[in-house]
Design a protein around this ligand. Structure first.
Ligand code: GLU
Length: 448
């Protein structure tokens, strides 16, 4: 038996943010965990708003997050299938032509609301005669098409939310094709899910009502419906949606701000679940934690500051192999020894480049006057090469009996002389990387 087939279906009308990444990762990683297939489906039927640069940006963002779609599909390439389906539904009497303008519909909605009724479409178009239709056509109006819901209580067992029941009589018959012939997402998505043999639809809970209508479309088309999992949406601490902070929470901005992809993925996936939001060792480790039953029913609140914390924690635990490529791109050398020396001090990976400069490039040190003599003394006591792993301990053991200093008075001047920084990684780990010649010159106050 082949594994599950899932899809992430963004509209390429803008950049994706961490909330969209949550949907993408839940799909892709769950498929990975279950030996399934992950489709990136670009919902680009809105030709006016869809742009190629956004389609490219979405692919680049997914790739940065570590997700490679098994297949990429575009709705714009599938118009014939939607037309065929509309024709079939017309034959079956499951779609009907409508002519009301937006203003007319708006007036109807207001009247219904005024009478305390749900603002569902009243199906007036269904009662039109051929003459009525001819009259509209002669005025130059073109029809748009609504899917006629079979009024009943739609029920499904949602993998996140359990049993859901929605009375479709409370819903408007969804518009599936506009008067200008463009397709709306609801039917196009069902046609795609059938043709692409999607087994599980994993998407935000804002689509729950759509699901009730779409289940009816699957049935009308004689297809069995996929299993649904509607996850909670990421919200800001005050409960607001992410659009408020869109600029800084797009995947592109998070990448540019130096966040680790694995940290962004961990925040995106683990927030709003019964798991703690903690760094993941790898995407596979994160995938192993995905369990739709562990996603909570309340909103997935997160503080953007969590991203800084997780990025730092991810770096502190990252193996050299995990970051070697990124370090190479930053022109940071020193291999694993350097990485293990500095990782615990990093908030962002780019800071590794600063520490690489400290250990490998000429540095002007600023030894205080009161420490000059001490640093000179320490310099004379530097162990001879070759240095062992214990060079720092050997050096300190030589300094302590003669220097008459201890604690900060002893360490701080050595740190300033060797790194020109107030704080940083342990000198024990840095000294071997700095090397004897450079350390010696710096202790003498030379730029080296
Ligand atoms: N294009 C839809 C959206 O972005 C897809 C929803 C779905 O996954 O079915 O909301």
């Amino acid at each position: 038996m082949s594994g599950p087939v899932v899809r992430f279906a963004p509209s390429p009308t803008g950049l994706i943010h961490i909330g969209n990444a949550r949907t993408a990762l839940l799909n892709a990683l769950w498929a990975r965990k279950n030996g399934g297939t992950f489709i990136l489906r670009l919902d680009d039927t809105d030709r006016a708003r869809s742009e190629e640069r956004f389609a490219e940006a979405i692919k680049a963002d997914l790739s940065w997050l570590g997700i490679a779609p098994d297949r990429i599909k575009r709705q714009s390439a599938r118009m014939t299938r939607y037309e065929e389906t509309l024709a079939k539904l017309r034959e079956l009497g499951r779609v009907y032509a409508c002519y009301e303008t937006e203003e007319e519909l708006d007036r109807k909605r207001k009247r219904q609301l005024g009478r305390g009724l749900p603002p569902a479409y009243d199906r007036a178009a269904l009662a039109m005669s051929d003459d009525d239709r001819a009259k509209f056509e002669s005025e130059g109006r073109k029809p748009y098409w609504r899917f006629k819901l079979d009024h009943h209580v739609a029920k499904w067992n949602d993998l996140v939310r359990g049993e859901i029941a929605i009375d479709t009589a409370s819903l408007s018959d969804p518009v599936v094709c506009r008067a200008d012939g463009t397709w709306l997402y609801s039917l196009a998505s069902v046609v795609d899910d059938i043709d692409m043999k999607v087994t599980h639809v994993v998407r935000g809970e804002d689509h729950i009502t759509n699901t009730a209508a779409q289940l009816d479309m699957f049935a009308a088309l004689g297809a069995s419906a996929p299993t649904f999992a509607h996850h909670n949406l990421l919200t800001l601490p005050g409960g607001e949606g992410l659009s408020k902070r869109f600029g800084s929470l797009s995947i592109q901005s998070l990448r540019e701000a130096g966040h680790e992809a694995l940290a962004v993925a961990a925040v995106a996936v683990l927030t709003g679940t019964s798991h703690a939001v903690e760094p993941a060792e790898s995407l596979d480790a994160l995938a192993a934690k995905i369990d739709f039953g562990k996603i909570s029913h309340g909103p997935a609140r997160f503080d953007p500051a969590d991203l800084d914390v997780l990025t730092a924690k991810t770096l502190h635990a990252a193996s050299f192999a995990a970051v070697a490529d990124q370090l190479g791109a930053l022109k940071v050398g020193g291999g694993e020894q350097f990485w293990l020396a500095v990782r615990g001090n990093l908030v962002k990976l780019a800071e590794a480049a600063e520490w690489w400069e400290v250990v490998s490039a000429p540095l002007a040190t600023k030894i205080a006057d009161a420490d000059r003599e001490f640093c000179r003394l320490a310099e004379t006591l530097l162990p001879q090469e070759p240095w062992s792993e214990k060079v720092w301990d050997e050096w300190l053991a030589a300094i302590k009996p003669v220097a008459n200093r201890k604690g900060r008075e002893l360490f701080h001047p050595l740190r300033i002389a060797l790194t020109a920084r107030e704080n940083g990684p342990e000198l024990r780990a840095l000294l071997p990387l700095i090397g004897r010649a450079r350390a010696s010159a710096r202790l003498r106050g030379e730029t080296a």
